[in-house]
Structures are given as C-alpha cells and as structure tokens.
Write a protein that binds this ligand. Sequence first.
Ligand SMILES: [Zn+2]
Ligand SMILES: [Zn+2]
Length: 238
Amino acid sequence: MRHKAWMSTIAYYVGLAALLTLPLHAGWLAWVPVILAIQLVGGLTISVGYHRLFCHGAYRASPFWHRLFAGLGVFFMYGSPLQWAVTHAAHHKHSDTDLDPHNKGARALLTKSYKNVPLELWRARRLLRTEKRLHQLVDGWYVPLWFGLFFTMLLISPTFVVMAYLPALGVAHLVGGLHNALSHDSNGARDLWFMELLAPAGGEWLHGTHHKKPGRYDLRTRWYHIDPGATVINWIRK
Ligand SMILES: [Zn+2]
Ligand SMILES: [Zn+2]
C-alpha cells in the first residue's frame, strides 16, 4: 500500500483554483446547483461509505454499496478506502496527541497530507474482512483508475469538468479541511451540529458523539441534530 495523499492535495488546490475562477466563465451561476449536488454526494461518500462503513464497520451493506462508495472515493480523490481507513483508525487511537495524523487549525486548511501516518494494514482489518479483493484492487490501481475516469469525463464533456467537477472537488476538500480544523479543540472532539447547515458533510459534524461511540451508525443524540448519513444508512443497510 502506498500513500497517495499527494493526489488529494492536488485535487484540493486545482479544485479551489477552478472554484475561485468559476465566475470568470459566462453562465457560471447555472452550474452552482450542480456543484452543490456533487458536494452533497461527496459528503455522503466520506461519511456513509469511507467513515462509517469502511473504517468502523458500523453497519453492513451489500457489495454494490462497497463498489459504489469506492468508485465515488476515486472520483472525489479522497484516497483509497484502505488508505483512508488506516489513517482514520490512527486518528482515533492517537487523537489530541502529537501522533494524531490529522492536521488541526489553519494547517488543516492548507494541506491534505497527513502527519506520522503509520501505514499498517492491520488498522484496516474491519475493511479487509469485507470485500477484500475490491479494496486491494482499488488501492493498488487508485492512480490509473482516477486518470481513466478523468480522461473519460474530459472526452465526454470538458465543460462539465471545468464548470462542475473541478470546483466541486475544491468544495468537497475544503469542507474536509474545515472539519479537521474545527472538530477538535483543546477539550477534544466536539459536536458542531449547526455546521451541517453551513458546510454539509453527511452528518460528520457530530464528531464528539462519534468519538464516544465510534461503532454507532446514527450520530444523533438530540432531536435537533442533523445526520443525513444516518438516513441514507437506514435505506441501504442489510
Ligand atoms: Zn476526531
Ligand atoms: Zn471515526
């Protein structure tokens, strides 16, 4: 397994550049709803797929959902599910210490690379118990898979790539950076439920509850909590 966080960093910077220059293109406003819709799918891919299914095994889903979330993870350049699960498991074990691989504060908004990530496959043991061949394939072929997808999209519609795909990558990785920047403070992990309204992340803003009970698939503990990921999981779990 190789570490491919560099691809996420490129996606973030290129995506942000595409987002900031979007208003220079005629008719850009019509693409804003498309970008927002793609971002909602990105938040659910991380929260429902990568986080709660792949890393924590908080619910069971058919191979179709494993394939779909792994494919969407390549589309969004989130890194392979194996890489993500290894990094996130290390975050749980070492959160709020110097060994925590997640960047915090402003640094989380500057880079997508992770600190001190021990690339130990055993950390992804839950993931490797399910759909092992699929996840090893996506991990080994992550870079060519992304290039194949990207050039296919370019051939079909360069306009979609420039006006929707790249700006949506920028938004998706910006929301991820914001989440890392804000979800832990000096007291540890915290719930910022209202952030789901400002920067939709599939329910991930209930991060304090998640650290207390990582195996739970529904992160809501108050009636006003917002967890769209839990609603999707109720549809797809078996
Ligand atoms: Zn955390
Ligand atoms: Zn977690």
